[in-house]
Every structure is written in C-alpha cells, then in structure tokens.
Design a protein around this ligand. Structure first.
Ligand SMILES: C[S@@+](CC[C@H](N)C(=O)[O-])C[C@H]1O[C@@H](n2cnc3c(N)ncnc32)[C@H](O)[C@@H]1O
Length: 269
C-alpha cells in the first residue's frame, strides 16, 4: 500500500487538524474534540460554511465525472485529498471505469491512517504521504510511479488545497512543476476559496477557524487562480464560481448552495 518509508504516523489528537475540521464541517465522524471545539461555535454563527464545504465536494464529484466519463482519463492524482468521506474520488472514478487508478496525496497523518483503512486491498487506489510544497517527492514516489503511467493522460486535482499554501512557498511554481510532468491530453481541476462576493460574516469566520491551526488560510483572486492554468487550454466555461462550472448535462450542479470558490478545469495541449 505504501513504500517502506511511509509507515502511517502517530495521529496527534490534541493538535487541531485542517483535514479533521473540514471533515467535521462536512458532517463526518473522523475528528477529535480539539477540532470540534474550533469548528462548532463558528458553524453556529456562520452555518453557511457547511453549505460551502458541501458545494466544494459537489464540484469535485462533477470534475471527476467529467475527466473519467467525458475525457476517458483512467488515472487520477488527487493532491490535498483530505479524509475519506462518502463518494470519494476513487469510488466515483471506478464506478465509471472499474480499472481507473487513483493516487491520493495529503500531508496530514490522520488522512494517512484513514486512507489506508479505506483502500486496504484495493490494487487500483493508493495513498502517498506527501506535501505539495515538495513536488519532487510526490512525483518520484514509488507508489506514484507504480500506479501512474506518465505516457498516458492524467487527471490532476488540487481541490481546496492551494489556499493553504502561502505565496512564500511559491504555489504557482509547485503547481507548474507537477503539471510539467504530465503528458498531452492530461487535465487539471482546481478549486480555490475566494473572498470575492463572500458574506462578510462567513469571511471572518473562515479566517477565525483556520487562525488556530498550523496551516493558515489565504484567499486568492480570480486572476491569481487563473494563473495556475498557464499554458493549458481552459475548458469552457472557464474559471468560474463552482456552481457555474457546468460542462455536460450529466455534470450539472445538483445544488444551488453558495459557492465562493474559483473553479476550473484545463487540458494540456
Ligand atoms: C479543505 S481539505 C480539501 C479536501 C478535498 N480535496 C476536497 O476538496 O474535499 C484540504 C486538504 O489539504 C491538505 N493539505 C493542506 N496543506 C497541504 C500541503 N501543503 N500538502 C498536501 N496536503 C495539504 C489538508 O490536510 C486537507 O486534507
């Protein structure tokens, strides 16, 4: 399941984790009191945050469906995958193509432990303990190399991850490094939280929620998000709010929940 160097680490249940806070916001069970204590009062004051997280999840589902069903992509690299919830990327992909391969990547030990439990015995789905800020390790990892054939189109996902990467860690540079490795016909899907048009209460509460975790949170503009796709062909309708990202009848948004995320998909020429 993992390389010999990737023994699942100890989970620290006394330090809040962004992945577990997100799990709690989504209504999941894989979180500790330290995480709930941060998220609970904030959700009470800004319940729209839960809708935002659900809407993000729905975007992810539509993108995976589009990549696998419409584009015939049979291998996905999901970076900043988060904790397994219902309807995970490998489950969506493998319902369409039972042999679709999925590599999940995250830097949170809780995600590592949960992912290993969920995908045990699944030869088409693996987990890599990796940090997007060190792309070489993800790209050269033996599990990535075993599951992903870099001569065939890859679907790369950075869904609600890049807002955790500060400008000083060069998010555009690390995304470009990963995308450089992908062959023609590959697709990338990105969702990134924005403060554009956001309810000021929700804005303040998001900042409060992540102020006490090790990873801070950074809003970016549409132009900054569009730059992640540089050199790739943006799939219509372009970089839009998540609920407006509609490509086919099958990928129509199933919710009219609020969606202050800039989202897009692009194809490598
Ligand atoms: C908001 S969750 C998004 C999960 C999933 N992609 C989704 O959209 O439902 C963000 C995830 O990114 C992970 N993350 C944050 N910083 C990271 C980094 N530098 N490298 C890898 N993963 C990171 C967190 O651990 C968390 O699981």
């Amino acid at each position: 399941m993992t390389s010999p160097n990737d023994v699942p680490p100890e989970v620290d249940m006394y330090t809040p984790s962004p992945a577990r806070i997100y799990d709690y916001v989504l209504g999941g069970k894989d979180n500790f009191e330290v995480d709930r204590a941060i998220a609970r009062p904030i959700l009470e004051q800004a319940p729209a945050l839960r809708d935002l997280a659900v809407a993000n999840r729905r975007f992810l589902e539509r993108v995976v469906h589009y990549m696998v069903h419409e584009c015939g992509i049979a291998q996905l690299l999901d970076i900043g995958s988060g904790l397994p919830t219902a309807n995970n990327v490998h489950q969506i992909a493998q319902r369409i193509n039972p042999k679709a391969r999925v590599v999940y990547v995250d830097n949170d030990p809780t995600v590592h432990v949960q992912a290993e439990a969920l995908i045990v015995g699944d030869q088409f789905t693996r987990y890599v303990d990796g940090d997007v800020r060190t792309p070489e390790r993800i790209l050269s990892h033996p599990v990535t190399r075993e599951l992903i054939d870099f001569t065939q189109p890859v679907g790369v996902l950075f869904v609600s991850l890049l807002q955790f990467v500060h400008d000083s860690d060069d998010p555009h540079g690390v995304v470009a490094r990963i995308l450089d490795e992908m062959p023609s016909g590959s697709h990338v899907g990105i969702a990134h939280v924005t403060d554009h048009g956001i309810d000021p209460v929700v804005h303040k509460k998001i900042e409060e929620m992540y102020a006490s975790v090790p990873n801070r949170f950074y809003f970016r503009s549409r132009e900054q998000v569009a730059r992640f796709f540089s050199g790739w062909d943006i799939v219509p309708p372009g970089v839009v709010y998540g609920n407006d990202w509609i490509v086919t009848a099958e990928s129509v948004a199933t919710t009219q929940l609020p969606m202050n995320f800039w989202c897009g998909v692009a194809r490598k020429p």
